[in-house]
Design a binder for this molecule. Sequence first.
Ligand code: APR
Length: 248
Amino acid sequence: MQIPDTLIERMRTARRVAVLTGAGVSAESGVPTFRDAQTGLWARYDPAELASPDAFRANPKLVWQWYAYRRALVEAAAPNPGHLALADLERRIEDFTLITQNVDGLHRRAGSQNVVELHGNLFRYRCFHCAAPVELTIAPQDAPPPCPQCGGLVRPDVVWFGEWLPSQAWQTAVAAAERCELFLCIGTSGVVRPAADLPLIARSSGAYAVEINIAPGALDDRLDLHLYAPSGQLLPALMTAAFGDAAR
Ligand code: APR
């Protein structure tokens, strides 16, 4: 796998690095992406029926069961070498921010610390009506439980279509993109905004921006470098190329 010297050099010298990940970084852990043909969740399910406030109002049981199915998929999965390589990179960089669109929590399970979850987390819950955070040790499978505060329905704490991103997370992500010297954009189709704007914000703020994906997507030719290979293979190879066998 040919990794350009310019990227290896920047990995070694950058003091401020920001990374954006999408579903592709978890694909090699067996977690389906959203838009990959046939295998992607949106190729098999209708997002309008499952991932919007209207969908939850219309059929809360269907939506709840679908997220229970996704939680089970993720619980059966493990971080892959791509996740582990990013956790290793964080330990070597003074100012490192890992911004993810993923709700699977696999980056933290891989040991990453400074993780910004733009689209929420499958294993967190809040009330659909009063928005109060709700702790569920064991989430019921079949139907959303009632909110202990207001009796309303509990929903997963993820960002649905038509909803705003959590403002603190977005501000942290933009600040990291604006100040970084190197921006890695990994395993995202780059079609969902505002997350897809981050690599462009970083580039226009002077950072060297790199895409890592298995195939060209919406970001094609808009960054400084595009590397097409599975992230679970390319990221460990990049760490070894930059930091030698010390990479763990
Ligand atoms: N390594 C690198 N990239 C990969 C791999 C892999 N092993 N496998 C797939 N990919 C790439 C695909 O080529 C595609 O570009 O990952 C990308 C996955 O794109 P999407 O399925 O669109 O996922 P993502 O970009 O994370 O979606 C953004 O959309 O549905 C909403 O909220 C959901 O966070 C999600 C958002």
